[in-house]
Design a protein around this ligand. Structure first.
Ligand code: ADP
Length: 847
């Protein structure tokens, strides 16, 4: 007997068919023979009343089935102790088994049989009769002791079992019909067998139940097994519930969203919308928003999904969400704070500016040591084109940060900085948030250009919003009206720029550390043009190195005759023009290299737009050359005085401010008081009208520093002695003729040099400012430092007009004046720091 194979059918492992007929022992009715064919089964214990299909494959087993079918259909089923055993001997089988009846048999194509059997009664093998082809067993039926079915104990035990079954079934979500079957069973033994056959018991356990002959003990045993099963089921349900709870929230949302999609699809909404929404949701998740912002975004997202795709409101919400997801809430670049490297980069990009670079490096060093530095904001102040913006860019490059620049020039509306509320049609965030989005990282170098040009009017005060931006205590929660959620600006490195410091509101000024960058000298400009501007413009215009050769003299002629500025903007533009002309020449087939000399510059740039003042005209009566400070650097201005017959009116023209008019009056009074010494008629002011004019009337001029220039022009026209054209002057004058200090000597001197004027008269109290002037330039200019107007007139007029004894200067002053003439500094004695007066001429647009 070999190759027998009996397997339980797939269905068997599940709960048996609920309609399994339960056959009462009494109804089995038939005679069971004493000797039966043996069918060993591998992994199941068959109980009486159980109906189930079995597959039969082993040769001995097939013949046993055949034999049974040929006779009375009875067969004895005994379970193998070891299911893996192919050909079990009789001692490898449990002796207690079940007599079953084969109800049906089907031959399968692979030679195996499928039989449906029903357990009839228990039996015990008393003898094994080995034979060919099958094994037979002599059995003894097990007759169970009878039980009283209606005792309390029996009833209690049966009920307990039924309740457990009910609990298990409900925990496992299984059909409850099976309960009806158990309700109808009154015999505890039968109930025990039925339950045992349906519990997934291990072979040994099931065999034990089968072997227990006493029905009550058997049911107790099964009841215990049920308790364990119930515990298991409860535990299982608990685990499943937990997992379900975790899943269910997201699953629920998923299902709901899918449903919503389906509904919208039905309603004819555009397909892409759902995908778009999913994409947006994903972006919101990944944007790294802080909690409260995320909450707001999710709220708006839910609103959006409830809206019709084409509604105006939905596009407003979508734009808002787009802004939220694109802002750098978390993204930042890693700072590179190697000071040596920073120095290298600043030097690479900029010529000179040593003090400024040092100050920037100090600032960066402190930042390196103190990460959360809440120090002042740097503010570069200087005329246009001196490299304020490009310094900012270099700082960003040195630190490895992004660079963003916004211009504040002309902003009057607070909403420009802070945005409009979303309730306005077409509302958008302000420039700060715009800049942050553009930067794409939350720690860029952020340049606020022209902070001095911010104005305030009825639309609110932009500088108040700027204060919030720049205040380290508040800017970690900057509130933009459009966003309506706080944005953290505390990691941003703000740098401001301005042309002039005065118009900046004091509260803003307080937060800033001012670094002044004044204009460049011609020597600096030449160096910068050679090293930076020319190569840069050549590259911009696609000209290879070597094609253009520009001589120093050519560059200087561009500097002096085509531009007149403190910065480099126009110079760069003019060099650009030359490069474009060269590029065109190359395109038209001209052969390089192109030599640019001082002579052929006009070929490229046309007639010079500026001529040197000294070359302009000859010395004149009544015209004095003054020096002015302007936000764009220094400048030269001329003051004309004309006397015409009249009644002593004083006419002042040239768009002058109050301070300059008062200066003119003071100069006039001084001249009258010195009429005697100057040899002019005492009553000149009664017989003549005096007209004082400052050309370039389109620009408003103001400030006291033209005082000595007006006085000089006045004296010249009254005495008829010409003023020396090669002398320029600056200084405030008092009624008594004292010369008071002015501001911006450096800018003014550079302006004089640019105009080709080499002799400057300045107040004695400004002598200390000499050290601000680059040495090379200081050497070129001859400075005359003066204490009173008489000295000015003596130097500036072609001839000394004081014909009577001039109030003799003290010996000290005399020697000082001499030295000053020689351009030498005074010995150790320093003048007390003079209060600089705002000797400024402020250009304003003509109204
Ligand atoms: P600002 O912002 O002060 O108006 P920019 O930064 O726009 O001036 O400078 C104008 C041009 O001059 C830029 O091309 C800049 O690179 C160049 N420039 C200014 N200063 C220097 C310097 N010290 N060295 C080299 N190039 C300079």
């Amino acid at each position: 007997m070999k190759d027998d194979d009996i397997k339980k059918s797939p269905e068997e492992s599940a709960i048996p068919p609920s309609d399994a007929p339960v056959v009462d022992e009494k109804d089995a009715g038939q005679e069971i023979p004493g000797v039966l064919p043996l069918l060993p089964v591998r992994d199941i214990v068959i109980f009486p009343y159980m109906t189930l299909p079995l597959f039969v494959g082993r040769e001995g087993s097939i013949s046993a089935v055949d034999e049974a079918l040929a006779k009375d259909r009875f067969i004895f089923l005994a379970t193998q102790k070891d299911p893996a055993m192919e050909d079990p001997k009789s001692d490898e089988l449990y002796t207690t088994g079940t007599v079953a009846m084969i109800m049906r048999m089907i031959k399968l194509p692979d030679g195996r049989l499928k039989i449906l059997i029903q357990g009839v009664t228990k039996g015990k093998i008393v003898e094994v009769v080995e034979g060919k082809p099958g094994t037979h067993v002599r059995i003894e039926r097990i007759i169970e002791p009878s039980v009283k079915e209606d005792t309390l104990e029996t009833e209690a035990l049966m009920r307990a079992s039924r309740e457990k079954i009910e609990r298990i079934l409900s925990l496992k979500n299984m059909p409850v019909e099976i309960l009806m079957v158990t309700e109808n069973i009154n015999n505890p033994g039968v109930l025990a067998d039925l339950v045992a056959s349906n519990l997934r018991l291990k072979i040994e356990e099931a065999q034990k139940v089968l072997e227990e002959e006493d029905p009550m003990s058997r049911l107790t045993m099964v009841n215990n097994l049920l308790s364990r099963e119930l515990q298991l089921a409860e535990m299982q349900a608990k685990i499943q519930n937990q997992a379900k709870e975790e899943m269910s929230k997201s699953q629920r949302e998923y299902f709901l969203r899918e449903q919503m999609k389906a509904i919208k699809h039905e309603l004819g909404d555009i397909d892409g919308k759902a995908e778009e929404a999913d994409e947006l949701r994903e972006k919101i998740k990944n944007a790294g928003m802080p909690k409260e912002v995320l909450k707001e975004a999710e709220k708006q997202m839910r609103r959006l999904e409830g809206m019709h795709h084409d509604s105006a409101e939905s596009s407003v919400v979508r734009t808002y969400l787009d802004w939220l997801v694109e802002l750098p809430w978390k993204k930042e670049t890693k700072d590179n704070l190697r000071i040596n490297k920073a120095r290298e980069i600043l030097d690479q990009d900029h010529h000179g500016l040593e003090k400024v670079k040092d100050r920037i490096l100090e600032y960066l060093s402190v930042r390196k040591l103190k990460d959360d530095m809440k120090g002042p904001i740097l503010c570069f102040v200087g005329p246009p084109g001196v490299g304020k913006t490009s310094l900012g860019k270099s700082i960003a490059r040195a630190m490895g940060r992004k660079f963003i620049r916004i211009s504040l020039g002309g902003i009057r509306d607070e909403a420009e900085i802070r945005g409009h509320r979303r309730t306005y049609v077409g509302a958008l965030p302000g420039r700060i948030i715009h800049g942050m989005k553009q930067a794409g990282s939350r720690n860029p170098v952020f340049m606020l250009d022209e902070i001095d040009k911010v104005g305030a009017d009825f639309r609110g005060d932009p500088s108040a919003a700027l204060l919030e931006v720049l205040d380290p205590e508040q800017n970690n929660a900057f509130s933009d009206n459009y966003l309506n959620v706080p944005f953290d600006l505390s990691k941003v490195l703000f740098i401001a720029t301005a042309n002039v410091i005065d118009p900046i509101p004091p509260a803003l000024k307080d937060r800033m550390e001012v670094i002044r960058i004044s204009g460049y000298t011609d020597v600096d400009k030449l160096a910068i043009a050679k090293k930076f501007l020319l190569p840069h413009q050549m590259e911009e215009n696609g000209i290879r190195s070597g094609w253009v050769k520009m001589q120093d003299k050519a560059i200087l002629s561009v500097i002096q005759q085509y531009t007149r500025e403190a910065g480099l903007r126009n110079l760069e533009r003019e060099i650009g023009r030359i490069c474009r002309k060269v590029a065109r020449g190359i395109a038209e087939g001209e052969k390089g290299p192109f030599q640019i000399t001082a002579r052929n510059v006009p070929k490229y740039l046309g007639v010079p737009s500026h001529i040197l003042e000294k070359e302009a005209e000859a010395d004149e009566v009544g015209v004095a050359t003054g020096l002015a400070w302007t936000p764009t650097g220094g400048d030269i201005l001329f003051i004309e005085v004309s006397l015409v017959d009249g009644k002593g009116n004083v006419i002042i023209t040239g768009n002058l401010g109050d301070v300059m008019r008062e200066s003119a009056q003071a100069a006039l009074t001084y001249t009258r008081s010195r009429a005697d010494q100057l040899g002019i008629p005492k009553n000149f002011h009664q017989r003549q009208d005096i007209h004082i004019h400052v050309p370039a009337g389109g620009i408003q001029k103001d400030g006291p520093s033209a005082g000595i220039t007006i006085a000089t022009a006045l004296v010249s026209s009254l005495t008829g002695i010409p003023v020396r054209r090669d002398v320029a002057m600056t200084g405030e004058v008092t009624l008594r003729g004292r010369v008071l200090p002015i501001g911006g000597l450096k800018e003014k001197s550079l302006a004089a040099l640019r105009g080709g004027i080499m002799h400057v008269i300045a107040p004695e109290l400004n002598r200390k400012d000499l050290e601000d002037i680059p040495r090379h330039e200081a050497k070129q200019v001859k400075f005359s430092f003066v204490k009173n107007i008489d000295e000015v007139i003596a130097i500036a007029l072609k001839r000394n007009p004081f014909r009577t004894e001039r109030k003799k200067p003290s010996p000290k002053t005399a020697s000082a004046a001499k030295r000053a003439h020689a351009g030498k500094p005074l010995p150790a004695k320093r003048s007390a720091p003079a209060k600089k007066t705002a000797g400024a001429i402020k250009p304003r647009k003509a109204r």
